[in-house]
Design a protein around this ligand. Structure first.
Ligand code: ADP
Ligand code: MG
Length: 320
């Protein structure tokens, strides 16, 4: 099978049809027609084997995750995903691997009606780059720079589960008490992050700032604080932890993981206090927790319910 047949069999054949794709895979470039009244939000993320996912990760999960992390960035902008490109660097041609990769990728793409409109295929160490494009009404994109003193800080879902999954892969003996179902559930948090696309769209109406949590809550909230020129007070006891996190780790380790481990792909966002009740009533089904508020101090202060400050490390994942 040559590269053109690979593209046709595993990618072109599965791409979701959309009326705004004038020319998809197969030419020198794709041609699309963005809605005339919308801005285009564009993002890209690369996943490198051994860095962004353990080398033994199933191909289907790699396909899913490579798209999920990009859709998560669009969600954090309040953008509605539309088109993606995919650049694949493969060490070997392996039909079963490609089939599984494609299955995982399109499972998520079709769920969000996202069209694959082009890409690239090269030979080399396994690496996957996806570029995702989506729409936002002018002036409605969620940014990192709009948080104001007094705004409430929220996170979606639960935090630290992906970090727990990585720890599980590295030292399974510590987690002997978990059932197989629990282990699978926690591994799915690492391998199949759920991009919070619908929540991101709903936040257009309410949020003053938003970011997706890819490098740990403390580091990613830190980006909002820096760009908004504000500080935050976070209440340790309000950080949402899954039951599995609570039963497999000490409170201290669970909090540390929630603050610093990457790969959760939940959203962290701020809501002006005047919007609080409307936001909570309208958007409650998406699942989120209020963990603190924005201050004018330019510092991130984390404290327990007695007001004692948290002294653990808060550095997130950094490549360099
Ligand atoms: P060129 O040599 O002009 O860059 P390619 O031979 O790389 O074109 O690609 C041919 C067509 O297949 C292009 O439309 C390209 O966007 C698409 N394509 C290549 N690789 C992929 C891929 N992994 N997924 C989706 N489309 C792809
Ligand atoms: Mg060309």
């Amino acid at each position: 099978m040559n590269e053109f047949t690979i593209i046709k069999n595993y990618f072109t054949a599965h791409a979701c049809p959309r009326a705004d794709v004038i020319l998809g895979i197969g030419d020198d470039a794709a041609v699309t027609l963005p809605p005339s009244d919308q801005c285009l939000a564009i993002t890209t993320d690369t996943l490198v084997a051994g860095i962004h996912f353990p080398t033994e990760t199933a191909a289907e999960d790699i396909g899913y995750k490579s798209l999920a992390v990009n859709l998560s960035d669009l969600a954090a902008m309040g953008a509605e995903p539309a088109w993606v490109t995919l650049s694949l660097t493969l060490p070997v041609f392996h039909e079963a691997w490609l089939q599984a990769f494609s299955r995982g990728f399109f499972e998520l793409a079709n769920q969000h009606r996202v069209a694959l409109i082009g890409g690239d295929l090269t030979h080399g160490p396994l690496s996957i780059t996806v570029q995702a494009m989506g729409f936002t009404p002018p002036g409605k994109a969620l940014t990192r720079r709009g948080a104001k003193q007094g705004d409430l800080i929220y996170v979606s879902g639960t935090l630290g589960d992906a970090g727990l999954a990585l720890a599980l892969l590295q030292g399974p003996d510590c987690f002997a008490t978990l059932t197989v179902t629990e282990k699978n559930a926690i591994r799915a948090r690492l391998n199949r992050p759920q991009p919070r696309v619908e929540l991101g769209l709903a936040l257009r109406t309410y949020a003053s700032a938003a970011i997706d949590i890819s490098d740990g809550l403390a580091a990613d909230l830190g980006h909002i604080l820096e760009q908004s020129q504000v500080g935050a007070l976070i209440h340790l006891d309000q950080i949402p932890l899954s039951n599995i996190m609570q039963s497999s780790l000490s409170k201290e380790d669970a909090i540390s993981m929630a603050l610093t481990a990457g790969d959760d792909y939940e959203l962290c966002f701020t809501i002006p206090p005047s919007m609080r009740s409307e936001f909570e009533n309208t958007c409650g089904k998406h699942g989120f927790s209020c963990i603190g508020s924005i201050t004018s101090s330019k510092k991130l202060i984390i404290q327990d319910k007695n007001g004692a400050p948290y002294h653990g490390k808060i550095h997130g994942y950094q490549h360099f």
